[in-house]
Design a binder for this molecule. Structure first.
Ligand SMILES: Nc1ccn([C@@H]2O[C@H](COP(=O)(O)OP(=O)(O)OP(=O)(O)O)[C@@H](O)[C@H]2O)c(=O)n1
Ligand SMILES: C[C@](O)(CO)[C@H](O)COP(=O)(O)O
Length: 246
């Protein structure tokens, strides 16, 4: 387990500014509740559970910074952790960059964690931090795939059959999660340099030509994307309560 006794200091940026279109109509995804508590609060608690994380920067929906500040004030969070809230942007990439702009000096390890992955276990968070502290410039937690994957020629009309182009060797593929962990300077350089639209921060570091390594992810770090994921997330919380003896 990590601790703060080493000179290295770790901050986490939590992009939480997405609408959650795939989840269906309603409040911005991070503000929707799981067992009565906003998803964002679950995600903040999951990151702040690591004793190595001393600052959490929450990137709120563009017009929701005041609401997010009130939510953080209204929920019990570890006193050892500082919190900042900034408004987000139109894409995940822009939201992460706005979070990085707000990072004060003195943090050399930076995690980027989706608010939409509210149940990541602290051991996964600590494993990512440890790998960065051990010298990796970019670390991603990931899992082997459960399904065979096909590369296709995407249909021009939804529902049309799609020709298969290839079947990539599954043993070499990983499904990537968050938190992704970075040496701060490398992540800042990636966000300053890469302008392509990408879906994760590690791929920006790859584009710099810097090495990225994978550590084991966790099933419970899944992303809440579609309505069925809400059912799964609440089932995981119910199982945890049972295991904790509540
Ligand atoms: N403009 C955006 C878009 C996404 N995110 C965040 O990036 C994370 C991963 O994005 P995803 O799960 O794809 O969320 P949404 O963009 O909200 O989902 P959808 O595509 O269904 O709208 C989420 O925590 C989301 O809040 C963000 O901070 N700013
Ligand atoms: C960052 C991420 O969670 C890694 O799996 C993912 O890439 C986010 O992608 P999305 O396109 O915003 O769902």
């Amino acid at each position: 387990m990590s601790d703060d006794s080493r000179p290295s200091r770790t901050a986490a940026v939590i992009p939480a500014a997405g609408r959650g279109v795939r989840l269906g109509p309603g409040a911005p995804k991070a503000l929707r509740t799981l067992n009565g508590t906003p998803m964002l609060i679950h995600a903040v608690r999951a990151l702040a559970a690591s004793r190595a994380v001393s600052l959490v920067v929450v990137v709120a929906p563009p017009d929701g910074a005041a609401e997010v500040k009130s939510l953080l004030d209204a929920h019990a969070l570890p006193e050892r952790t500082d919190f900042l809230v900034v408004p987000g942007g139109a894409s995940r990439q822009e939201s992460v960059r706005l979070g990085l702009d707000a990072l004060p000096p003195g943090y050399d390890v930076v995690l980027v964690h989706d608010a939409a992955r509210p149940l990541v276990p602290v051991d996964t968070v600590d494993a990512v931090i440890e790998a960065v502290r051990a010298g990796a410039k970019a670390v991603v937690p990931a899992l082997p795939l459960a399904d065979t994957v096909k590369e296709v020629e995407p249909a021009r009309t939804p529902g049309e059959p799609e020709p298969v182009l290839a079947t990539p060797e599954r043993s070499r593929l990983r499904a990537v999660q968050t938190p992704q962990g970075f040496d701060r300077d490398t992540l800042l350089r990636a966000h300053e340099t890469v302008t392509d639209n990408v879906t994760d921060d590690a791929s920006m570091v790859e584009q710099l030509g810097e090495p990225v390594v994978v550590v084991p992810g966790h099933e419970e770090a899944f992303k809440v994307t579609r309505p069925l994921d809400l059912v799964l997330a609440e089932a995981v919380l119910a199982r945890r309560r049972l295991n904790d003896g509540f």
